[in-house]
Design a protein around this ligand. Structure first.
Ligand code: FAD
Length: 465
């Protein structure tokens, strides 16, 4: 077996791993990055953030031609879509981005290994190369585990990877299901449910809890729920799925206390589980918690000296930007730089239409924690740019400390909420008050003026509402 040495080995090439490897190389560390998939970029680039947004965009463009063009005085003939062309566009975007990572690795000096990595001992990772070549043993002073996560399965839902599948399956349906049952009302279920709804499926979302989108601000979720219902998504909250099975060319979903639902496809979207099995963690004495997550301290060190972990496999917000942020901070700390990770300011975005974005605390959290707050709201109906875009649904809500005026949370539902939340995150990272945002000149006419107006509204000074 071939043996090589690097200073740092990064196990996993997703947003956590590839970013960590690049930052390490920038800092002059001799680094290798291992991924079993020939395309680096992980879940996010291959079967997550990017392909889902590609399909959300294509399906949105198609749907806009059905509803929005007449309002602009534009009429078009019978608009059709070609699903395989949409899928091809999605693939090209993924290929371009994964190819980009290969180029960055070359440019920055990261050594990639394509194969499955497994600990042999604390300083040794063995890689079984995906091309079947001779296995490589890599020794390193430090190992950073970035193994990520995979869709969680639930045994009564009998996935066949085709008619009953997970998010990866739903990103590549070969045809538009007539009726799609989505199990789970979280962001992945709603984003992919929206894609197929826009393309013509009847979409039924089954959610065990009495609400969708756990963790988001109640008020925004109520608005979102109403809007998605208007769009035709059939929500059945408080519904427990007992089983789901393929029967012939149909699927049967049994629910507690109700008639079974017959459908063409089922998307199981009930969360993700850390991919920490089969890494050989037991061989180095590294235990995971009962859900499989690896525990780390604030420097991302595990209980085994020289072994670090970041990204989805350590839990917390299972989001690509959180993983990438941890990557930079972890590697910089390894290099002795006093880098900082602020878990209080991690934005979260749902890329439905309208988008929903948040950063900081929700009203419910502030109430539970007994923190007194003021709030300012600006509906997009009062925003000139939203009017010209013909997209006035939604609002910006800013929550600020009642005494200090420091911004504690910002919640946006509306067009491009995911882009607008960046200003709020930057403001919060710098400890801004709502007055700081209110006194910042925002370009006109832009959607960002709604953030400005909401900040003015915190102290009752809104001009346009
Ligand atoms: P991963 O991206 O899972 O990468 C881990 C990598 O490690 C994989 O490439 C895997 O092949 C490799 N690996 C694991 N074990 C081994 C081994 N033993 N040997 C070699 N390689 C190994 N997040 C957002 O922030 N925004 C979004 O819009 C968003 N949308 C999403 C949509 C969907 C449908 C899904 C499924 C996820 C989405 N996410 C989104 C979540 C995001 O994809 C993850 O949070 C992110 O990819 C986590 O990064 P990671 O590097 O920790 O893990």
């Amino acid at each position: 077996m071939k043996t090589v040495k690097h200073e740092l080995v990064v196990l996993g090439g997703g947003p956590a791993g590839y970013v960590a490897a690049i930052r390490a190389a920038q800092l002059g560390i001799d680094v290798a990055c291992i991924d079993e998939n020939s395309q680096f970029g992980g879940t996010c680039v291959r079967v997550g953030c990017i392909p889902s947004k590609a399909l959300l965009e294509s399906s949105h463009v198609y749907e806009s031609t059905q509803h929005d063009l007449a309002d602009h005085g534009i009429s078009v003939g019978d608009v059709k879509f070609d699903l395989s062309a949409m899928m091809e566009r999605k693939k090209k975007i993924v290929d371009r981005l994964t190819g980009g990572i290969d180029m960055l690795f070359k440019k920055k000096g990261v050594t990639p290994y394509c194969g499955r990595g497994k600990f042999r001992d604390v300083n040794t990772v063995e890689v079984s190369l995906s091309d079947g070549g001779e296995a490589v043993q890599i020794t390193a002073d430090q190992v950073l585990v970035c193994a990520g996560s995979r869709p969680a399965s639930i045994p009564p839902v009998e996935e066949d990877g085709d008619r009953i599948g997970n998010s990866t399956t739903a990103l590549s349906f070969p045809d538009v299901p007539k009726r799609l049952v989505v199990i789970g009302g979280g962001y992945i279920g709603l984003e992919l449910g929206s894609v197929w709804k826009r393309l013509g499926s009847e979409v039924i979302v089954l959610e065990a809890m009495d609400r969708i989108l756990p963790g988001l601000d109640d008020e925004l979720v109520k608005l979102a729920y109403r809007t998605f219902k208007k769009q035709g998504i059939d929500f059945r909250t408080g519904t427990f799925v007992q089983s789901a099975k393929v029967q012939g060319d149909k699927c049967i979903v049994a629910i507690q206390g109700g008639e079974p639902i017959e459908c063409d496809r089922v998307l199981l979207a009930t969360g993700r589980t850390p991919a920490t099995d089969n890494l050989g963690l037991e061989s180095i004495g590294l235990e995971t918690d009962n859900r499989g997550f690896i525990s780390v301290n604030k420097n991302f060190e595990t209980s085994v000296e020289g072994v670090y972990a970041i990204g989805d496999c350590i839990g917390g917000a299972m989001l690509a930007h959180k993983a990438m942020e941890e990557a930079v901070v972890c590697v910089e700390r390894m290099a002795g730089i006093k880098s900082h990770m602020n878990y209080d300011v991690i934005p979260a975005v749902v890329y439905t239409h309208p988008e929903i974005a948040m950063v900081g605390k929700t009203e419910q959290q502030l109430q539970d924690e007994g923190i007194e707050y003021k709030k300012g709201i600006c509906p997009f109906g009062a925003n000139g740019r939203a009017q010209t875009l013909g997209d006035v649904d939604g609002r910006v809500k800013i929550l600020a400390d009642a005494k200090t005026d420091r911004v504690l949370g910002v919640h946006i539902i509306g067009n491009r909420a995911g882009d607008l939340i960046a200003e709020a995150a930057a403001a919060m990272e710098f400890g801004a008050s709502s007055e700081d945002i209110a006194r910042t000149c925002h370009a006109h006419p832009t959607l960002s003026e709604a953030v400005h107006e909401a900040a003015l509204a915190v102290d009752g000074r809104a001009i346009h509402t």
